[in-house]
Every structure is written in C-alpha cells, then in structure tokens.
Design a protein around this ligand. Structure first.
Ligand SMILES: *Cc1c(COP(=O)(O)O)cnc(C)c1O
Length: 303
C-alpha cells in the first residue's frame, strides 16, 4: 500500500505521495512565476466554501489566459480524492495552474506552452504558528520594501510573486517580529505573506481595498462583522490610522482571524489579543463547521 499519510499530490492526472509530486525545471511556473494557485482549508473533514475558492481559482486562470484540459468537475473530484487518500481531517489543500513548459524550446511566446493543472494536500498549515496566534502576533510594518503595486501585478490573482514579502520577512525577523505587513508607495497598509489586514476602531471594521488579494477569509470576516452589527468598509487605510486603531488583526485560510498584539513599537490591547478580534475569530471558526458553508470530504473516494 502506498503511504499518503504525510500528504498527496495530483500531477499529470496521477495521485502520488507528496514527496513524489514534482514538476519540470523548464516549467514557466518555476522560471517566470507564471502560475496561479488557490488553497482551500479542510476542517473536521469538511471543505470550507469550496465553491467560492473554485470560483476565484477559475477567474485567476481566465485572467492569466491559462487554459487547462481538466474541467471544474474533474478538479473538484481530484481535490476530494487527494484529501481522502491522506485520510487527513484538517488539511491544507492546494490547486495550481501553471503556464507549463515551452512546446518550442526557448520560445518567449506564452501561447506556446503546455498549460497544466496539479494539486497537493498536506496536514493543515498555520500561516502564523499557533503559539503566536494565542499571544497575538508581533508585526513589523516594513520600512525597506513596499508592496508591488496592483498596476504591475494583479493581486486579485493568487500568485507566487513573493519578492516583496520575502524581503519584508527578513526585515521582520531581523527586528524580532513574527511577520511582515507591507505598505504601498503612499504609506497605506496592504497585506502580508498570505494574509489580509484589518483594523477596528469602535464599532467600525476596515480592510484595504487595493494592492491585496480578495481573501475568502477576508470576505467571511466582513460578512460576520456585518452580522454582528458592526459597520464595515473596504477602503484606503493610511498607516497612521492603523497605529491609532483599537485593534489590528490578520485573516487567512491558514489560521482564520489572527490577533495582532503589536505593530512595530505600538502595543495593542495590553500586548494581547483584542476582545473584538476574539469574537470574530470564534465566529469564523463556528462558520467553518457550519453545514451551510461546508461540504464533507468524500473519504470513500480512495478507490
Ligand atoms: C492567500 C492569500 C491571502 C488570504 O486569502 P484567503 O482566501 O483568506 O486564504 C491574502 N493575501 C495573499 C497575498 C494571499 O496569497
């Protein structure tokens, strides 16, 4: 029996253990970051908002003019089968579409590459480690690098253009922080490596509307805040406004609603997770179990 317990890949239509899931070195996904992906969380054996993640992924492929042979139903079945093969109940389940390798060696023509679709599943990944989530993250607002503008890279397409984030992470770690948050050229906050950012002031919740991915966790949080009677806004947020907020938090499929205890020298909520953030965090995890927003993994799909 093949052992899929540490993860499974789906490459070239085959299901393989995660360590055997590989793509070619001439793939434009590798050589040009010409690739898009999405990650849907599986929690307690259920996919969360799978149709919304698939919608975003299909839109990303269309905007990059990627055309893969498989249809949505095939991808949907493959995601179920990958998770089923691993038997994992809390999983990080990725789908990826790449430009692929050039069909004419050395060509610079993006139309002449073999676009392909693949996937991989591993045990759930916390983008911010659990112990950091519990005490509230220390965030470094980057000073040495800015978020690449959305006029250069369309952030609404989930992508691997991580040069700015990686530089920001080095700056954060060099300064004793847990992660980085990037500002745009005008000093407005944007997002961090794999998460969106929010501020709370009184009964108001706000999150940036530009230079960031439209996260599904972001959307879920906006919906929940509204249901809790808060006023919500997607708009420009100058960094000075963040420093004057009551609370700051981050959102990602890889951890949900994540409290922030500090940004640079500014300490929030006595250096602990803020009360409104914790309410939203609880509401988010309740939603992730809600049958109306989830679909059970077909663990019988292994055969
Ligand atoms: C994935 C990601 C997010 C969070 O999106 P979710 O859909 O909530 O997981 C935010 N920013 C970037 C850059 C991302 O890659």
């Amino acid at each position: 029996m093949t052992d899929f317990s540490s993860g499974a890949g789906w490459v070239g239509g085959e299901f393989v253990p995660i360590g055997e899931a590989k793509i070619g070195v001439t793939d434009w996904g590798v050589t040009h970051s010409d690739i898009t992906y999405d990650v849907v969380p599986v929690w307690n054996g259920r996919f969360f908002r799978l149709d919304d993640y698939l919608d975003r992924f299909e839109r990303s492929m269309a905007r990059l003019r990627l055309s893969v042979p498989e249809d949505r139903a095939t991808l949907h079945a493959a995601l179920h089968k990958m998770v089923a093969l691993t038997g994992i109940k809390d999983a990080y389940c990725a789908m990826v579409a790449s430009r692929g390798s050039p069909l004419i060696p050395g060509t610079r023509d993006p139309r002449k590459c073999g676009n392909h679709l693949f996937g991989w599943t591993v045990p759930f990944v916390n983008v911010i480690p659990l112990d950091v989530q519990a005490r509230g993250a220390k965030v470094r607002l980057a000073e040495t690098v800015e978020r690449i503008p959305d006029t250069a890279v369309d952030h609404t397409i989930k992508n691997y253009h991580w040069g700015d984030f990686t530089a920001g992470l080095f700056e954060a770690y060099d300064n004793g922080a847990d992660t980085t948050l990037l500002a745009d050229r005008d000093g407005n906050i944007t997002e961090g490596p794999g998460f969106n950012a929010f501020i709370i002031k009184g009964n108001n919740v706000a999150t940036p509307d530009r230079h960031c991915l439209k996260g599904i966790t972001r959307r879920t949080t906006l919906e929940l805040a509204e249901e809790h009677g808060m006023s919500v806004a997607e708009r420009t947020i100058p960094k000075e406004e963040m420093f004057e907020a009551d609370e700051v938090f981050l959102t990602t499929s890889g951890g949900g609603v994540i409290p922030v205890a500090r940004v640079n020298e500014r300490v929030f909520s006595n250096d602990a997770p803020g009360p409104v953030t914790m309410q939203l965090r609880e509401a988010y995890f309740a939603r992730r179990k809600d049958p109306a927003y989830t679909e059970a993994v077909d663990y019988g799909a292994v055969h």
